[in-house]
Design a binder for this molecule. Structure first.
Ligand code: AGP
Length: 610
């Protein structure tokens, strides 16, 4: 989704802003723009449809010693074109603004401004906001800060924004409600961005703006204030320890490929410090652990890949701890009649921690008095702040739009949570807990999986022209099938559906012919024989069969057109192994089909609109 980067300091703004925009490209966008206000009070604005490199080549004088704001836009209101690209200015062309989020009441405000003879250039809700600020500033004779506050108090919806005013050549104002914004500090330099990726290169001193907060930078000084009242708020500066490596592709061509390969390390990181030979330590839950343990019902809510992790979490928690778990898409949970009260635990899973639907679900759960638990990858994100307690997945910044390492980290956390709950409730023994927590060997098995990559690439080449796929698995591997299908859809634009393997005969089997491949996920577990029957049903209808298994049985060799054998493992590790195989398969399908793997069309990394 849209990205913001802004800079105020003694250095030339352009390289900092353009490099910042490149760091934000992973979020998905369709146009980009930049505005710089020089110390001689000259405001230059450049906007382009398309990529940041097109914006870069359109800038003629790449020199600015003042301050600047820049933006990547993912169209919501108005087509993705140069006019609708940010930054937007007010009618006097003094005030210039970049904005993430949606101004929901922009229509009545626009009508009001039109009645005051304000002329609009674009179709965006953002221009309405900057024109409203301009209206208060020019007509209402308010100072810059007051005009911003007056406008923000009249808008509904979400915003993360940064604003400049030609009359205030040493002032930058930023504000947030619903859309994240971070301030980076380094001596007398200020960096503002929608996430830390453009900032991390310059400083580790970060201030996460909270909802309804604004920051007013004036000269070398700054103040955090409330949007609603002119009162100063505390400056909660944090030192963050993200590694710059997370933002480099290293030897890989795509971030997604790098992130798939990182999973041995990221899973180890997720587990580190949380496992004793006979105990699970989840310090982030300590304060609410008694309520969590006593709870009679758990809801898991999330979107996309995180929702798939939730489905696995349900099966693990129910199996180990006998606690009923309901899993709902966050976008449904927020409107459905859900049975939540103060005895209910609501677990919200989100890689980014900023997904609008998930945040709305958390708000609903909080309003009903439930204990809210966040499982999230981004420290300081809204999910981390809005939930009562939580666990960070600690897998480092995930840049590829298609989530990979975050998924395996989420299921690792859910595994730990299920075991901890079960041990506390006495539904598993100490010996069994100990067995489950011994995972060193698992990491070696995951590492060895990458020896299969050439084979997986070969299989992808073979099916590169297929237009539809079925992904089939049972139990824990049904969500794995859903996730495998989602990965393929997202980055190679090939239609794929995930189903419980046995469900296939209740409808999808009608699709099967010699052109339709089915990917079967077949662990050697209690459903093994049943899945073999399902495979046979497809085989007898001439469907092509790709099998991902940990079994070396002859029957599978006979049935499969293509067989990918992963190391022998228990069913819990198998979920990780099969997932990684399907991630690699989707990745190679996308590369072979010449797709933009890290920035697939229409998709955004963090979906901050409803
Ligand atoms: C994953 O590959 C997707 N891009 C998407 O489904 C994602 O998982 C979903 O938007 C939820 O994001 P979150 O985990 O950041 O909340």
């Amino acid at each position: 989704m849209c990205g913001i980067v802004a800079y105020k300091g003694h250095k030339n703004c352009y390289p900092i802003l353009l490099n910042g925009l490149k760091r934000l490209e992973y979020r998905g966008y369709d146009s980009a723009g930049i505005a710089c206000l020089n110390s001689d009070n000259k405001l230059s604005i450049t906007k382009r449809r398309g990529k940041v490199r097109e914006l870069e080549s359109a800038i003629t004088n790449i020199d600015c010693d003042g301050m600047g704001i820049a933006h990547t836009r993912w169209a919501t209101h108005g087509r993705p074109n140069q006019i609708n690209a940010h930054p937007h200015t007010d009618q006097s062309k003094k005030i210039v603004l970049v904005h993430n989020g949606i101004i929901e009441n922009y229509i009545p405000i626009k009508k009001f401004l039109l009645s005051k003879k304000v002329k609009f250039k674009s179709d965006t809700d953002t221009e309405v906001l900057v024109q409203l600020i301009g209206y208060f500033y020019n007509k209402g004779k308010m100072n810059f800060e007051k005009a911003v506050r007056a406008a923000l108090q009249r808008v509904d919806g979400a915003y993360g924004l940064v604003i400049l005013n030609k009359d205030y050549p040493d002032m930058m104002i930023a504000a947030r409600k619903g859309s994240p914004l971070v301030l980076g500090l380094k001596d007398s330099e200020f960096f503002i961005a929608s996430d830390i990726s453009p900032i991390i290169k310059h400083t580790q001193q970060i201030l996460y703006l909270k909802d309804s907060e604004m920051v007013v930078i004036d000269g070398k000084d700054y103040n955090v204030k409330s949007v609603n009242k002119d009162i100063a708020l505390p400056k909660n500066i944090e030192m963050i320890d993200y590694k710059i490596d997370d933002y480099d592709k290293g030897k890989f061509k795509y971030f997604m490929h790098k992130e798939i390969h990182e999973q041995v390390d990221t899973i180890a990181n997720t587990m580190r410090g949380r496992i004793r030979p006979d105990a699970v330590l989840l310090h982030g839950l300590s304060e609410y652990w008694d309520e969590i343990e006593a709870s009679d019902r758990i809801y898991i809510t999330a979107c996309g890949t995180s929702w798939h992790a939730g489905l696995i979490g349900k099966l693990l928690i129910e199996k180990f701890s006998d606690t009923p778990v309901f899993v709902e898409y966050a976008s449904e949970f927020r409107y459905n009649h859900t049975l939540i009260d103060s005895q209910t635990v609501v677990i919200a899973i989100s890689q980014s921690g900023e997904t609008a639907d998930t945040l709305a679900a958390i708000k609903k759960a909080n309003d009903y008095g439930a204990v809210t638990v966040g499982i999230c990858n981004v420290p300081g994100s809204s999910v981390g702040r809005e939930t009562d307690c939580g666990i960070y997945t600690r897998c480092g910044h995930e840049v590829g739009v298609a989530s990979t390492k975050a998924f395996t980290a989420q299921i690792s956390i859910l595994y730990l949570l299920a075991l901890k709950l079960a041990y506390a409730k006495g539904t598993i023994s100490r010996a069994s807990l100990k067995r489950h927590l011994d995972y060193d060997d698992s990491l070696k098995k995951i590492q060895s999986l990458f020896h299969q990559e050439k084979l997986i690439q070969k299989v992808a080449r073979k099916y590169k022209n297929a237009t539809d796929f079925l992904y089939l698995g049972r139990g824990l591997n049904f969500p794995v099938a859903l996730e495998g299908a989602l990965k393929l859809k997202e980055i190679s634009y090939i239609h794929a559906e995930g189903y419980p393997a046995a469900e296939m005969k209740h409808g999808p089997i009608a699709l099967i012919d010699k052109n339709m491949p089915s990917v079967f996920i077949v662990p050697k577990d209690k459903t093994y024989e049943k899945i073999i029957s399902n495979i046979q049903e497809i085989k007898s209808r001439k469907g092509k069969i790709i099998i991902v298994t940990n079994s070396r049985d002859k029957i599978l060799k006979e049935l499969a057109n293509d067989l990918i054998i992963v190391p022998r493992s228990n069913i819990y590790l198998f979920v990780h192994l099969a997932t990684i195989v399907l991630q690699l398969f989707a990745y190679h399908m996308a590369v072979i089909n010449k797709r933009n793997v890290d920035q697939p069309r229409n998709l955004a990394k963090s979906v901050t609109v409803e």
